[in-house]
Design a protein around this ligand. Structure first.
Ligand code: NAD
Length: 373
């Protein structure tokens, strides 16, 4: 078992990384709760709820199941959770466990933060994306009017409990999506240890070797910890975690969530490479290495049906609402990013979006890039 302590404004909380549920019972016993509510999704319920229930058998668990998928990050499901909590007489003495991927983590986090001005939340993430990223740092969100994450707030859990053995049942496409966020972290990490691990151990990662998965999740949570501790509310340094996300979110919204978050982040990362190359701050050699890793994890590097002008509109909407108009996170090297102001989005971003319609070419040979649409 590995532990990371994350310090935030109102105290600190542990992230514990295991390959079983055993230690969870000790944590829950310490919290002295009256009732435990578990909110999960329809897939995770079938695959893993029994194991959680067996571990926590000395407690009475009350469960609520939400349909799996991004569409559930909605006001309708939020209302359903409030109803469930009201029916169960949930109070400040109780614990709510968000048991699922990033959708459950974001939605339940928002519900728990806003119900009775905040209950105690334990994140038990079950997808790779949620174990390496979304369960850590307290960002919660809903999608409204098909805009991604436009309703949300920061609310820290009292604990993140990660059981990496759950990842063995994750469909391959979902596993690869989690690798999209891992790749973002590997570019932000100035120790380069994550990038090295991905380069040297990609076969074991793809085979889901539990020893290497524990290491992978640990390195990612630790990278995220550093950003969250320095800038909990994303006013400065934490914005770097959005590398690849500006264009990624626009693609995700445009395709109405038909593409997965991690796939869109991967396309956004390729776009960030293109802008960085265009600005002469990134070498072809490093761009090749990054795109090689994206390909190794079967993530898309281009999307031929991409409509550049519609994407530009969505980017402008996203930039306005975040009051960071014209700021893009660009790549200088592995472990070195730079926030760059792009004055004329039309002239600088449209060529990048056009380039994103076509496979990536290395200088010496064309690449069999993964084509998505
Ligand atoms: N809060 C943050 O900081 C943050 C960061 C990154 C992404 N996100 C959000 O996370 C969401 C994406 O997360 P996700 O990829 O986990 O999506 P998800 O929650 O939809 O999970 C993906 C799919 O995998 C299934 N699943 C989960 N665990 C499983 C397991 N162990 N075995 C088999 N199937 C399993 C789910 O039922 C679902 O069908 C997006 O909404 C994104 O905006 C949030």
């Amino acid at each position: 078992m590995k532990n990371i302590i994350i310090s935030v404004n109102n105290g600190y909380y542990p992230i514990s990384i295991n390959n079983n549920f055993k230690a969870l019972i000790n944590y829950i016993s310490e919290y002295e709760s009256s009732q435990i509510f578990v909110i999960t999704d329809s897939n995770v319920n079938i695959l893993h709820f029994q194991a959680l229930e067996d571990t926590l058998k000395k407690f009475k668990l009350t469960k609520f199941i939400i349909p799996a998928g991004e569409q559930s990050k909605s006001f309708q499901e939020l209302k359903n959770i409030y109803n469930f909590l009201i029916k169960g007489n949930a109070s400040k003495k109780d614990i709510i466990i968000a048991f699922g991927g990033g959708v459950i983590g974001d939605l339940v986090g928002f519900a728990v933060a806003t119900f009775l001005s905040g209950l105690r939340l334990i994140q038990v993430p079950t997808s790779l994306l949620s174990q390496v990223d979304s369960s850590v740092g307290g960002k919660t969100a809903l999608n409204f009017l098909s805009h991604k994450n436009n309703i949300g707030l920061f609310y820290q859990p009292i604990q993140v409990f990660i059981n990496t053995s759950l990842l063995t049942t994750l469909p391959e496409r979902e596993f690869n999506c989690g690798m999209g966020e891992v790749l973002v972290h590997s570019i932000l990490d100035n120790s380069k240890s994550l990038f090295t691990l991905l380069t040297e151990e990609h076969e074991r990662i793809k085979a889901r070797d539990l020893i290497i998965l524990n290491e992978l999740v640990y390195l990612n949570c630790n990278i995220k910890r550093k950003f969250v501790e320095e800038d909990e509310y994303e006013h400065g340094k934490r914005q770097s975690l959005n590398l690849g996300h500006t264009i990624g979110h626009a693609i995700e919204s445009l395709y109405n969530f038909e593409l997965k978050h991690g796939e869109c982040v991967s396309l956004g990362l390729v776009a960030a490479c293109y802008i960085s190359l265009q600005k002469n701050i990134l070498s072809n050699e490093i761009a090749d290495k990054i795109i090689k890793l994206i390909e190794l994890f079967n993530l898309p590097t281009y999307i031929s049906s991409l409509p550049p002008y519609e994407i530009l509109d969505l980017i402008q909407y996203d930039k306005k609402r975040n009051s960071n108009i014209n700021n893009f996170i660009l790549i200088k090297d592995i472990g070195e990013v730079q926030i760059v102001q792009i004055e004329d989005l039309y002239t600088e971003i449209i060529p990048v979006l056009l380039r994103l319609q076509k496979p990536y070419y290395r200088s010496e040979s064309p690449i069999n890039a993964a084509k998505l649409i």
